[in-house]
Design a protein around this ligand. Sequence first.
Ligand SMILES: [Zn+2]
Length: 297
Amino acid sequence: MNFRAGAGATLTHLENMHYYPFGMLMEGMGTNSPANDYTYNGKELNEDFGLNLSDYGARWYDAALGRWWSVDPLAEKYAGQGIYNFVANNPLYYIDPNGKEIWIWYQVSVTKEDGSTEMQDRKVQYKNGKLYSEDGGEYSGENEYVTQVASQINQLAQDDEEFACRISVLEKSENIHSIAMTDQWENPENITKPTNKENAAQNKPTGTNIFFNPTDEYGEGGKRHPRAALAHELLGHGYDYDQAETDWSKTKNGIRRAEVDAVNIENKARAAAKNPKRTDYSGKPIPKHMLHDTHKN
Ligand SMILES: [Zn+2]
């Protein structure tokens, strides 16, 4: 939240926006009124050319990447770190110095000094079947959402070799893939959103924000294991955005090919969970020849 000193002793409310730890704006949350360009960390956001860089004086910072756009003048002093890194890849605490990236977000209730409580966002990193806290230590908590999502990623890795391969690619990606619970207001359905829309539209790699409800047992086509939805979002769309392989073309009946690809991935998870094959997208039949042979019967 930013305030700026106004005339006299007044403070002008400038914005109440939510940011990911590296400063990427969480879309659809908060207010920014009146229009205010001094956003994350009070640095001026420059939207020229759709690049959305923040002016840190000597250098431009890209919040979507968590990287500088030019070399740190003091790079020689920190030879052990990449020269485009931001705060040693450490926006909150010491995040995994390798910074490779599947994160599961959850909320905790925190008691403040005045005795009131508030919900705060936390995240853990998923890597090689293990979970790590933001300080880099192994996560020992028992948050239900974290446990459910992690166990389902583990199961997907066991279900299928291609799944295991895609999970490993995402774990090692330069892009951040964040998984969070669906929410009542902005993202009630399982959905994957690219963190950088321009990159996504130009088929350049981007991270994703995935909203996933691990207790939702119904999808299009009836009852199915929630894991099938996670496969669709994370291993279908998430992987495609990461690898710049999102197919924006459409089938003859108007289904985006990226959705056909995600449904084919979903169907592998459906087969492993003994759920029926999905053959529709958004009420339209997927052309038969485009559906992979996932279900033997
Ligand atoms: Zn989809």
